[in-house]
Ligand binder design. Structure first.
Ligand code: SF4
Length: 480
């Protein structure tokens, strides 16, 4: 157990970092109440207009090497977690799951026909949701077998599944691990979310801390690479119990730990249960901004001291060879990625689309032989330049030669005032060939990257930021 002296040191450092965060709030970088929107796509995923599919794909060509990353969304879970803003179904739902899997495979067939392909050639695959392993073993096996028929795995370097602990515990879970192994799955992301039973109950998670730990050992025993996820800033979490959770997490033998900050107001289409806490219609004990930021810094310090270094933003690994290829390919290399299923999104070299979020619309589109895309955007030249900064800057760095190839602009000719300000205030550094976040810039990465969003896509209205030199609405044009 961590000593009182060590704890005092962690708290001191976290307080000091929070003091700097407040300074950036006064400069206009961070919105007044500390709320945030994670910069995970650019432009933000739900801010697109409905699109005509043929017009949207008219100027699209498949990548020259024929390689893609694939995302598949399975929108079923055991029960709904309080913090989750995704639409989906809970409970056994055998009939619905069986129907959904058939439509998912038919969607892939429509895609193959649309682009005249025999098979899709993935660089990596991510099955997410939802909880893909909430499919019963036989149905999971059927889906993976049929999925295999539609992909050519010769260039696939990683096959990842997101799941919850109880879906691989017990006898059924053993069967699912065996099936996943048989189908070439290599990496599991396990949503532990906490290792404190009281917090897990408040999150409405269907597992205990001990069951979470068992699932990690089980996955490792089957030879999967394992990434575990935690949420900080959730009701019931305190600095003390968060330190205990991190201590337990660090002792587990997997390579990667991923941290998410609780998002109370959804930025997508649906508001999760947690939003009721925020609106005051239920008792609230959501940790305040300062406590939440301190939790983040404490976790970073503890992880670093135990050999975990940040590989992609908010993912810490003790083995740099183990990381999400899907995330790296999409956010850093900006390769084409195609998504299937309800809310499945696709990110291509110059455009981005998302499938419908409603089951009935999804089924109707597929019955009509159409791709179930309901919103999409082809980026113009300026948005393309912004996209080529936001995601690589957040997750790795912006390589000026790559930026030029993706956008057509010289990096040194764009956003000169903004880049100079961010450098002056210690958030960015320019090595000549590469632009990257400083350590402090990485701590507030979403806000720094959103400096490059165009005005309609800045997460909050101007009045929610202080009128300082880092207000995102300042010097926002490409040539400023
Ligand atoms: S957080 Fe994960 S397990 Fe919980 S409801 Fe959302 S998708 Fe399902």
């Amino acid at each position: 157990m961590i000593s009182e002296e060590k704890k005092a040191e962690l708290l001191r450092h976290a307080e000091e970092v929070f003091g700097r965060v407040q300074e950036y709030q006064r400069l206009g970088l961070i919105c007044e109440d500390g709320d945030f929107v994670p910069s995970v796509h650019y432009p933000p995923i739900t801010q697109y207009e409905p699109c005509d599919i043929d017009a949207y794909f008219k100027t699209y060509t498949q990548p020259a090497d024929g390689l893609m990353d694939i995302y598949v969304h399975i929108p079923f879970c055991i029960q709904h977690c309080t913090f989750c803003h995704y639409p989906g179904m809970t409970g056994p739902r055998i009939q619905e799951k069986t129907q959904y899997v058939e439509y998912l495979l038919r969607e892939m067939d429509i895609y193959l026909r649309y682009f005249g392909l025999q098979k899709i050639r993935p660089r990596s695959i991510l099955l997410g949701g939802g909880t893909p392993t909430s499919l019963p073993p036989k149905l999971l096996d059927h889906f993976l077998t049929e999925f295999d028929r539609r992909v050519d795995m010769s260039a696939c370097r990683q096959y990842n599944v997101d799941l919850g602990p109880n879906s691989i515990n017990g006898e059924d879970g053993t069967e699912k691990c065996r099936i996943m192994k048989e189908h070439g799955i290599t990496r599991l992301t396990i949503g532990l979310q906490s290792l404190d039973d009281h917090v897990l109950r408040l999150m409405n998670r269907p597992h205990s801390a001990q069951e979470g730990i068992e699932s990690v050992y089980k996955a490792l025993e089957y030879g999967f690479d394992v990434n575990i996820e935690f949420i900080y800033g959730h009701p019931g979490e305190t600095i003390d119990n968060w330190i205990e959770v991190m201590e337990k997490a660090i002792q587990l033998p997997m390579a990667e730990i991923q941290l998410y900050r609780l998002k109370v107001q959804a930025y997508g289409d649906f508001q999760g249960v947690i939003n009721r806490f925020h609106r005051g219609s239920a008792p609230t004990d959501i940790p305040d901004f300062k406590t939440t930021m301190m939790m983040k810094q404490i976790a970073i310090d503890m992880l670093r001291e135990n050999g975990f270094n940040e590989r992609l933003r908010r993912v810490y690994t003790r083995n740099p060879a183990v990381y999400s290829h899907y995330a790296y390919n999409q956010c850093c290399n900006q390769y084409d990625q195609v998504g299937f299923g309800l809310t499945g999104f696709s990110s291509y070299r110059d455009r981005f689309d998302i499938n419908t979020q409603y089951f009935n619309e999804y089924y109707e589109a597929i019955d009509a032989g159409r791709l179930p895309i309901n919103r999409g955007l082809v980026r113009d030249r300026e948005e393309q330049a912004r996209w080529a900064i936001v995601l690589p800057l957040k997750n790795r760095d912006v390589r000026k030669n790559e930026f030029k190839a993706r956008s057509g602009y010289d990096f040194d000719e764009v956003f000169r005032t903004k880049v100079a300000r961010l450098e002056e205030y210690g958030l960015l550094e320019d090595t000549g060939k590469v632009i990257r976040l400083t350590e402090m810039g990485g701590f507030v990465a979403d806000e720094v990257c959103e400096q490059f969003n165009s005005i309609p896509y800045i997460p909050f209205p101007r009045e929610r930021y202080a009128e300082g030199p880092l207000n995102p609405y300042e010097n926002n044009s490409l040539d400023a």
